[in-house]
Ligand binder design. Structure first.
Ligand code: NAD
Length: 495
């Protein structure tokens, strides 16, 4: 249960200036520069954090390299690594409310969701990978009798992890969990607008007994710190969650430097397809509203395109608007809030720009469309439903990353499929139907990393998350995530 009095006490507690964590020590930027951390709740300066330099990134990479090469982590007995990571997960859980509130003050996610999806989810992921450490075995190949082919799994080396501002603790743990469990060392670069809780989580790793240099955090601008990581000759693997243009840049920088492996989890324009034979239209509308408007739409898998069968279009949009209106938008530290703040003024302006363009094109703003609660100084926006959208409209092709839903009617299953697959993305999707064979056919034919059936957005750590097409490559979550951090090595022995 969320304790409002504790939340209120934490809401006003001063946040000390944040530094990097390099080689087990909190430190300032090499040139002493800091950057303001603006809270999206009221637009004020929450604190400052180190504005990292290339030298800082290089120092963190060097610390991670030393820690990897001398085996202080990778050569620990697996049970010992597991013990440290389990203790780390416990510490995160013990500090969950503090971490959740700090995260909310930094990025605006509503507290009810943030507590579960951020520290508690991060602790759960770290525990999941910790428990897998001593269950990963090698192979003996079925060779001819005069040879023995052994397949070893080895940690890849130094990992750079660059993460976004939405769900930084959860997404950070999706990378830190398997990377550290595999025996790699890590330099983590959080987003400019969501670094604070991740620094604290890294400090807790040191407190849990993780040796110095195994997990390092460098804060600052992507164009400086991120670039330094991506162009480094000493980073072996780069794992990234964020936008497509930055993902492209990382691939270029890997190609220009040491051909480091690059795994990308990028954006989406996920189709939520509602057929007229859906079991319960009201339930579908309620879940669909949450599937786009929670966290003010700042969810990579958000169902941002609603494809609805024409015969139920008007009825469904009405139900959806009803549930969207019932969602409470505002103070993310109020546990009854369903949709918190937009992360930054820039993101808010981008959201409003998409809506204005759709309006100019003659599309209908069926609900919302405006900034609200401006007197708080915070960045809040109404849940927004745009109808009459053409599949080729910018609002139906590009990721808004805000509380903006584009509604497109369809007449046949084939047409729904064509529209669903008709973007550059392939991250998530959903199908609402009572027809089992239609559901299975759609699951097979929709090009996306996940297809929900008769729900939207459910998941847990046991299943992989990854995109196809320009939504990325590789997978976070599940045991498959280890594949990014473990190399295969063959020993061929003549008998
Ligand atoms: P972003 O791409 O702007 O930033 C992500 C990270 O990259 C930040 O840490 C940023 O500092 C860093 N960065 C920026 N420029 C860089 C550069 N030149 N070199 C290296 N690093 C650089 O994304 P964002 O705005 O923080 O996050 C929103 C995006 O993330 C959306 O597109 C969303 O869909 C995507 N996302 C995807 C998933 C997924 O699992 N597929 C999950 C969450 C978010």
């Amino acid at each position: 249960m969320l304790d409002q009095s504790r939340i209120d006490a934490l809401r006003h507690s001063p946040v000390p200036p944040a530094g990097h964590l390099i080689d087990g020590q909190i430190c300032a930027a090499s040139d002493g520069q800091v950057m303001d951390v603006i809270s999206p709740l009221d637009g004020t300066v929450l604190t400052t954090m180190a504005r990292g330099t290339k030298q800082d990134a290089d120092a963190a990479i060097a610390a991670a390299r030393r820690a990897f090469d001398d085996g202080r982590w990778s050569e620990l007995a697996p049970a010992q690594r597991r013990k440290v990571m389990l203790k780390w997960a416990d510490l995160i859980e013990q500090n969950a409310l503090e971490l959740a509130v700090l995260g909310v003050r930094n990025n605006g996610t509503e507290i009810g969701m943030a507590l579960k999806a951020e520290p508690l989810s991060a602790a759960g992921s770290i525990r999941y990978y910790a428990e897998a450490i001593d269950k990963m075995t090698g192979e003996i190949a079925p060779t001819a009798p005069d040879a023995l082919g052994l397949v070893h799994r080895e940690p890849v080396g130094v990992v750079a992890a660059i993460v976004p501002w939405n769900f930084p603790q959860m997404i950070g743990a999706w990378k830190l969990g398997p990377a550290l469990a595999a025996g790699c060392t890590v330099v983590l670069k959080p987003a400019e607008t969501a670094s604070l809780a991740l620094i604290r989580i890294a400090e807790l790793a040191v407190e849990a007994g993780m040796p110095n240099g195994v997990l390092n955090v460098v804060t600052g601008e992507g164009a400086v710190v991120g670039e330094a990581l991506a162009t480094s000759m000493d980073v072996d693997v780069l794992v990234f969650t964020g936008s497509g243009p930055v993902g492209r840049r990382l691939l270029e920088n890997a190609a220009r430097s040491n051909l480091k492996r690059v795994y990308l989890e990028l954006g989406g324009k996920s189709a939520n397809i509602v057929f007229a034979d859906a079991l319960d239209l009201n339930e579908a509308a309620k879940v669909s509203a949450a599937g786009i408007f929670r966290n003010s739409g700042q969810v990579c898998v958000a169902g941002s395109r609603l494809l609805v069968e024409r015969s139920i279009h008007d009825e469904f949009v009405e139900l959806l608007a009803h549930h969207a209106k019932a969602m409470k938008v505002g103070d993310p530290l109020d546990p009854t809030t369903n949709a918190g703040a937009v992360n930054s003024l820039r993101q808010l302006e981008q959201n409003l720009g998409f809506v204005a363009e759709a309006h100019e094109q003659g599309r209908t703003i069926a609900l919302g469309g405006k900034r609200i609660l401006e007197d708080t100084g915070g960045y809040f926006m109404e849940p927004t439903i745009v109808t009459g959208v053409e599949p080729s409209d910018r609002i139906a092709q590009q990721e808004v990353f805000g509380p903006v839903l584009a509604v497109i009617p369809f007449d046949t299953e084939e047409e729904a499929l064509r529209i669903a697959n008709g973007t550059e993305f392939g991250l998530a999707s959903a199908v609402w139907t009572a027809n089992l064979s239609r559901a299975h056919k759609m699951v097979r034919r929709i090009k996306a990393g996940v297809v929900h059936v008769n729900t939207y957005g459910g998941s847990d750590i046991t299943v992989p998350l990854g995109g196809v097409k320009q939504s990325g490559n590789g997978h976070d979550k599940s045991l498959h995530a280890f594949e990014k951090y473990l190399d295969l090595k063959t020993a061929w022995i003549k008998l």
